[in-house]
Design a protein around this ligand. Sequence first.
Ligand SMILES: Cc1cc2nc3c(=O)[nH]c(=O)nc-3n(C[C@H](O)[C@H](O)[C@H](O)COP(=O)(O)OP(=O)(O)OC[C@H]3O[C@@H](n4cnc5c(N)ncnc54)[C@H](O)[C@@H]3O)c2cc1C
Length: 490
Amino acid sequence: MTSTDAMAGINNSVMDIPESLPLAADLIARFEALVPPGRALTELADVAPFLIEQRDLFKGRTRLVMRPSSVEEVSAILALASETRTPVVPQGGNTGLVGGQVPRSDAEIVLSLSLMDRIRDVDAVGRTMTVDAGVVLQRVQEAADAAGLFFPLSLGSEGSCQIGGNLASNAGGTGVLAYGNSRDLCLGVEAVLPSGEVFHGLRRLRKDNRGYDLRNLLVGSEGTLGIITGAVLKLYPKPAGREVAYVGLATPEAALRLLTRAEHEAGHQLTAFEIMPRIGIEFTVRHTQGARDPLAAPHAWYVLVEISSGRSAEEARISMESILEGAFEAGDIEDAAVAQSIADARTFWRMREEMSWAQKPEGGSIKHDVSVPVALVPEFLERANAAVLAAIPGARLVSFGHLGDGNIHYNVSQPVGADKDAFLARWSEINGLVHAIVAELGGSFSAEHGIGQLKRDELARTKEPVEMALMRGVKAVFDPFGIMNPGKVL
Ligand SMILES: Cc1cc2nc3c(=O)[nH]c(=O)nc-3n(C[C@H](O)[C@H](O)[C@H](O)COP(=O)(O)OP(=O)(O)OC[C@H]3O[C@@H](n4cnc5c(N)ncnc54)[C@H](O)[C@@H]3O)c2cc1C
């Protein structure tokens, strides 16, 4: 058995889905007729890239990938899907980490948003940008920059993930501390509902209290309520100066004290606060070409601090220096390097951004994406480490991420020399240990990556029945035939 097979057994992947009848040839032909030639993919080699995802946890199946280029085409596809009860799996950049974008059977079709990639409008005065859902996040950042503005959503996958996928999964990332999640960065959405009707919600209003907020139901719905085809995004003034420091310290408690100090001194100017363990730095240096630890001596923990100033680089520098000096005097930090150039800042950020990838060459990795109240992060780490190491002595704990948001990617790499498949077969058991501690601390077992297929059963097990009933009710109203991304979330 390969490790992928082992994971498939655990995670509701294609392995445990009841067989359903594949799409009939005449139905495929009806779908094909809805888009220009070449936009409906049926050849195995053409659909293959839409069936695999980054972590190799899920392998999908489908006979048809539709690539519409307009809202009208999406609408026609969903109307036919509704009429024929054909399940539809929306896919953006295919960077999701919970299998939400992966089709689970030959009866399902994939609807890729990649060809819907127009930037429709930039309103520099109102500070908004209206985009198609398939625009890649990095292009949005670049277009904002070209307009003298700033779009703060920032993820390790920003070169390929799309705005529609970001909104559908309410992506977080490194800017949440100052600017919020994707939901907070969106003023309006346009979506095609399963019936084929269009929800015209592309509003640019910062205030609008006319009834229930349907935009916020669609945001974070992971493709289970409809297809987001466009969005109005909030833009921000471009920071005039940015300081990045890479700090070595002894404990998560010390990192928390540094966070409190930075928040008090810099307020909204504190734009990132990321924690990394020594072992994560070692993995990153070992497996990332050109990566180097900016500090001379090793430290048990590291923090990346970013301060942004709307006024000047000078102001950001003064603020950073004051925070670091105070923390040195208080004995909270052991060493720090402050970026002297944009290249330095990039080098520092690289240590954090490459940490996700750097775990792969080290063998199996059991992942968690958890959040707890910020003040309880050190307690969480201590208790989770004890529980995991008792279960798997020698496991390597790569717990890193958004300390400022209380969101830790608590990843467990296999012991050196361990059998990868045997290790990964313990995924559910280790998730159970870690998530029990998270629950006791009032936290969430899915802080920013969503539910998808990976965490669906755990959601049903752990959410209050009243919440599950309300979610099912919402789903039934939007999607009475259950054609939108079945088997995901609910
Ligand atoms: C290296 C790396 C780093 C990452 N870092 C972060 C991080 O810091 N924070 C974070 O939150 N996530 C992170 N992610 C996860 C992922 O990048 C985000 O979830 C991203 O927002 C997904 O966008 P996508 O376009 O790739 O969506 P996909 O993976 O294609 O889809 C994700 C979900 O959204 C649905 N969907 C996609 N497009 C639409 C649409 N237009 N309408 C309706 N539903 C749709 C899909 O059906 C699926 O359920 C990371 C992933 C990688 C690989």
